[in-house]
Design a protein around this ligand. Structure first.
Ligand SMILES: Nc1ncnc2c1ncn2[C@@H]1O[C@H](COP(=O)(O)OP(=O)(O)OP(=O)(O)O)[C@@H](O)[C@H]1O
Ligand SMILES: [Mg+2]
Length: 265
């Protein structure tokens, strides 16, 4: 059998993606692939196209041209159900939880378990409470937090823990973290970063979007840098230091693909 025949498809593969917002060219011929069990740092300045790229992967934006493959299967239709179909959870600091509902209800948002009483369907609060209590404890929330507490009582880091717990419990395969540690304390930031690594260790693909190259360089297996809608760098972590990558970002990506390709001075 040839090597090509036994090679497994990447979990996500993007080929020559272009996306325009009116006259504005937001994604320019982006090609990138991501494997399961990797933690990818997706880095770049404001407006580089990071969020736009992950919105295409979640089915929120439809590209104008190019292809996306999940497990080798070409995506034919871009719609928000794509994320559910392929098991993609996107964690954003500001969205994803309803403040006025309990932790237990948030945990099951959109997939509430039902039990029947004389054929009449009821929400299964016991099940929601039990499963979310387990997650609260596993993911290190304070001991005095209960599954019945409203999410509005939680800190930013605790909210992230609920979303991460949900992603793991529902066996998602891809977790996209868009600036997951913004506005968090140092301790909470460390906790969220540990969870990102745990998810990677459990075999999930974690795409970690940030402006902080030094922070993500410590966690990631690979760093992808975007600039002005283009992918400008894609290297294994050991190939470039955080300082070298920061220089790439500072120079607007106008540096060759890999450190090893830089001509000696
Ligand atoms: N819905 C939209 N309509 C028009 N322009 C958009 C839309 N969404 C994003 N853009 C533009 O596309 C560019 C890329 O935006 P994007 O949100 O992907 O950047 P980003 O890399 O995530 O930046 P940040 O680090 O600030 O979050 C920006 O110039 C932005 O203004
Ligand atoms: Mg963004």
């Amino acid at each position: 059998m040839s090597v090509a025949a036994i090679k497994k498809s990447p979990l996500i593969e993007v080929r020559n993606l272009n996306l325009h917002f009116g006259a504005f060219h937001a994604l320019k011929n982006v090609s990138v692939s991501f494997e399961a069990g990797q933690l990818i740092g997706l880095v770049g300045d404001n407006g580089a196209g990071k969020t736009t790229l992950i919105k295409v992967l979640s089915g929120i934006h439809k590209p104008n041209s190019g292809e996306v493959y999940f497990d080798g299967e070409k995506v034919r239709e871009f719609h928000p159900k794509l994320a559910i179909k392929f098991g993609i959870e996107t964690l954003q600091q500001s969205v994803g939880l309803c403040d006025n509902l309990s932790i237990a209800r948030n945990f099951y948002l959109g997939r509430e378990p039902i039990k029947r009483w004389f054929g009449i369907p009821f929400l299964d609060f016991k099940k929601m409470r039990e499963a979310s209590t387990k997650v609260i404890r596993t993911f290190g929330l304070r001991d005095n937090v209960s599954a019945d507490d409203l999410v509005e009582m939680l800190s930013g880091g605790e909210r992230q823990s609920i979303k991460i717990g949900r992603a793991v419990e529902f066996k998602n395969r891809v977790v996209i973290m868009d600036e997951p540690t913004n506005h968090l304390s140092v301790r909470e930031r460390e906790h969220v970063n540990e969870l990102a690594q745990q998810m990677r260790d459990q075999g999930l693909l974690v795409i970690y979007i940030t402006h902080d190259i030094h922070q993500v360089h410590k966690l990631a297996d690979r760093i992808v840098i975007m600039e002005n809608g283009e992918k400008v760098t894609d290297v294994a972590k050991h190939e470039m230091t955080a300082d070298e990558l920061e220089e790439v970002i500072r120079c607007g990506g106008r540096v060759v693909e890999k450190a090893s390709e830089v001509a000696p001075s």
